[in-house]
Design a binder for this molecule. Structure first.
Ligand code: CP
Length: 308
């Protein structure tokens, strides 16, 4: 397949065929990760700048590992200590990085739309969205597809229950889009105060009872609950939240016996997920982290011309 995407801002324009092709590339990258020497020269001479305006462990480290395994030159830019503190705009910052030779900019930002804006301003460099506000986290969706597919095989016709704070979750928006494209039906559950108003337009159904959502599900996807939301009165007490919507052994027992238990991390153990579930036999949470490196390798490889 001829790869036509230069940037990854959202998965909206990706076809199911492209997702399948991409996941096969990620499988190949995961094989590379198993080799004693985890480095190939595919992106030698390419420069990638990682710009994280928000904290991150998984996304930041896995992008950097992926870049290094493909032999790209890596620059970890950070807002603190940069000239943004002197009033330089984001646009001038990325133009400066591009003028120095950056071939790609990986950006995480708290404001919705920043990666899209930068992709329109940059002349040559690729832009990869590493999470923008509550809008999207497309590489998380790709890694979630990759790890769900590893556990379950073909996802077409599978049932996913996505439980938790959908309203504030960029992961939820990207995952709903990606899993639906692969033929997965998605049921949301959680407090009604943490649901977007447009669940119908997202093509998913909502049930308030997590047990109803979990019954027979092939994928149980738990979203992080921000403790600070409690102050906004959006959730009952943490204890009640955990009882009603948390990942407990009794909730998991309602799902398919081989169900994949997923969580994007970071986890609040004892809040949205019990340790016995996070570390239990159905959990693929560390597999998701590993898939994160493989899919980011595939993304860099395909979009930066490694395939050519
Ligand atoms: N899942 C995720 O984006 O984790 P980080 O915030 O640690 O990158």
């Amino acid at each position: 397949m001829e790869w036509r995407h230069k940037d990854l801002i959202s998965l909206e324009g990706w076809t199911r065929e492209e997702l399948h092709f991409f996941l096969e590339q990620a499988d190949y990258m995961e094989e590379l990760m198993n080799r004693p020497i985890k480095k190939v020269p595919a992106l030698r001479g390419k420069m990638v700048v990682n710009c994280f305006f928000e904290n991150s462990t998984r996304t930041r480290v896995s992008f950097e590992l992926a870049e290094k395994m493909l032999s790209a030159d890596v620059v970890n830019w950070s807002a603190s200590g940069s000239s943004t503190s002197k009033g330089e705009t984001l646009r001038d910052t990325v133009w400066t990085l591009e003028a120095m030779g950056a071939d790609a900019v990986v950006v995480r930002h708290g404001a919705v739309g920043v990666p899209d804006y930068l992709s329109k301003k940059l002349h040559r460099a690729s832009v990869f969205n590493a999470g923008d506000g509550t809008n999207g986290h497309p590489t998380q969706a790709l890694l979630d597809l990759h790890s769900a597919r590893k556990k379950l095989g073909n996802l077409d016709g599978a049932k996913m229950a996505m439980i938790g704070d959908v309203l504030h979750s960029r992961v939820a928006r990207s995952d709903i889009q990606a899993f639906r494209k692969m033929g997965v039906s998605v049921t949301l559950s959680g407090p009604a105060t943490l649901m977007p108003e447009d669940t119908g337009s997202l093509g998913v159904e909502y049930v308030s009872d997590a047990r109803e959502a979990a019954r027979g599900a092939d994928i149980l996807y738990f979203l992080r609950i921000q403790r600070e939301r409690q102050e906004d009165g959006l959730i009952p007490s943490i204890d009640e939240y955990h009882r009603r919507w948390g990942a407990t052994d009794s909730l998991v027992a309602l799902a398919s016996p081989k169900a994949a238990v997923m969580h994007p991390g970071p986890m609040n153990r004892g809040v949205e997920i019990a340790s016995s579930v996070a570390d239990g036999p159905n959990s693929v949470i560390l597999g998701q982290v590993r898939s994160g490196v493989a899919v980011r390798m595939a993304l860099l490889y395909l979009c930066l011309g490694g395939a050519r």
